[in-house]
Design a protein around this ligand. Structure first.
Ligand SMILES: *Cc1c(COP(=O)(O)O)cnc(C)c1O
Length: 367
């Protein structure tokens, strides 16, 4: 493990050809999501036999050179995170709950037999990249920098055991305001032939492998004209777990809200955690308890269920309008965005942007 001093200092490699500012400005006018990237990346290497984490540096974002026997390409030791940086009206920059991402990253690392990264190094790496690429915040209102820290096994070997060498990298992608005037309601496809995570598996780890396993049912959803796929539990195929990359909340007409519990097969979302807190601040009763697909349909049809919301860092809060399922399609409320979704989204975004007080200390100023 590195010393705290080393954890905060990054060698700076020169950039021979940063993107010209006119090209950058053009890209930033309509950045979309995840398609354009900033000039730099942070890299830190790990070698179990050579003192652990070392070589922290920031340099040009460029292609990697990997040995074809490199372990990640064969046995998928890879984990990632996703968090956003914001820039306020006066130019001050912040991260939203990066300590939670650092902690979850290490939980994922433990599950995939990978080395943990000191939390302060994770946060320092994010900060370093944002400060270096501060000119890459989108010019559109509500834009942010989406940060993608990730770690993968680099050791060249084909034996099956945890690798001894890894790289930790952070890249950044300018993100527009997903939905300018509130999120439209999405249509969900219930996966019946595939599951995402089994008890004892890697469902609670943020690893690329979980996403690979979700792509066939996601493709099915898209092919049927839906926006997202919903997974049921692997054991009984009855309990609602989550979407491919978002957690779910169910709001009832008596003011109570249910979200599936974190039993190890669901990704513990930081947006999920933040929304639970914000709802409790508002006096809503939030219960973390199992909710069955058939109950969901019955409650939607009786009107007892008034809203369903999906949440995650990228899109913040997304209302669910329609559900397509083998056992019968149904509509949530009017099929459009509900009040709770709009209110929570506005509240969370205002805290993230520093436009409203931050009673829980979630916003970290970085420069
Ligand atoms: C990242 C992720 C989420 C959302 O987590 P946030 O911390 O809120 O962004 C939910 N489900 C899955 C499967 C994820 O990978």
């Amino acid at each position: 493990m590195t010393t705290p001093a080393a954890a905060h200092s990054f060698d700076r490699l020169p950039h021979a050809a940063p993107v010209p500012s006119a090209t950058r400005e053009q890209a930033l006018a309509n950045p979309g999501f995840g398609t354009i990237f900033t000039d730099h990346m942070v890299t830190v290497d790990y070698d179990a036999e050579n003192g652990g984490w070392h070589g922290a540096r920031i340099g040009p974002r460029e292609p990697l050179s990997l040995d074809p026997a490199c372990a990640v390409l064969h046995y998928a030791q890879e984990i990632f995170e996703g968090l956003k940086a914001y820039r306020g009206a006066q130019g001050q920059m912040t991260l939203f709950r990066p300590d939670q991402n650092a902690r979850r990253f290490n939980a994922s690392a433990r599950r995939l037999a990978m080395p943990e990264l000191p939390e302060e190094l994770f946060i320092a790496a994010c900060r370093e990249l944002v400060l270096t690429d501060r000119d890459w915040f989108p010019s559109v209102e509500g834009g942010s920098l989406y940060l993608r820290p990730f770690m993968f096994a680099t050791e060249a070997f084909l034996g099956v055991r945890p690798a001894r060498q890894y790289s930790f990298i952070v890249i950044a992608s300018p993100a527009g305001n997903y939905f300018k005037s509130g999120a439209p309601a999405v249509s969900i496809w219930v996966a019946r032939d595939y599951t995402r995570a089994a008890p004892g598996g890697t469902g609670a780890a943020k690893c690329g492998g979980n996403y690979a396993a979700s792509l066939v049912p996601t493709g099915e959803a898209f092919a049927q004209g839906h926006d997202q796929v919903l997974f049921l539990d692997a054991a009984e195929r009855r309990w609602i777990e989550e979407l491919g990359g978002m957690n779910l909340f169910f709001a009832f007409d008596d003011g109570s809200v249910v979200t599936p519990p974190l039993t190890g097969t669901i990704l513990p979302g930081i947006t999920r955690d933040s929304l639970i807190q914000l709802m409790r601040d508002e006096g809503l009763i939030v219960r973390e308890e199992p909710y069955a697909i058939d109950q969901w349909r019955t409650d939607a049809q009786s009107g007892r269920l008034v809203e369903t919301l999906a949440c995650g860092t990228a899109a913040v809060v997304t209302p669910v309008g329609k559900v397509a399922d083998r056992d019968g399609d149904f509509t949530i409320g009017s099929g459009g965005p509900g009040q709770l979704a709009q209110k929570l989204r506005a509240r969370l975004v205002a805290i993230q942007r520093g436009e409203q007080p931050d009673p829980h200390g979630w916003v970290m100023p970085i420069g």
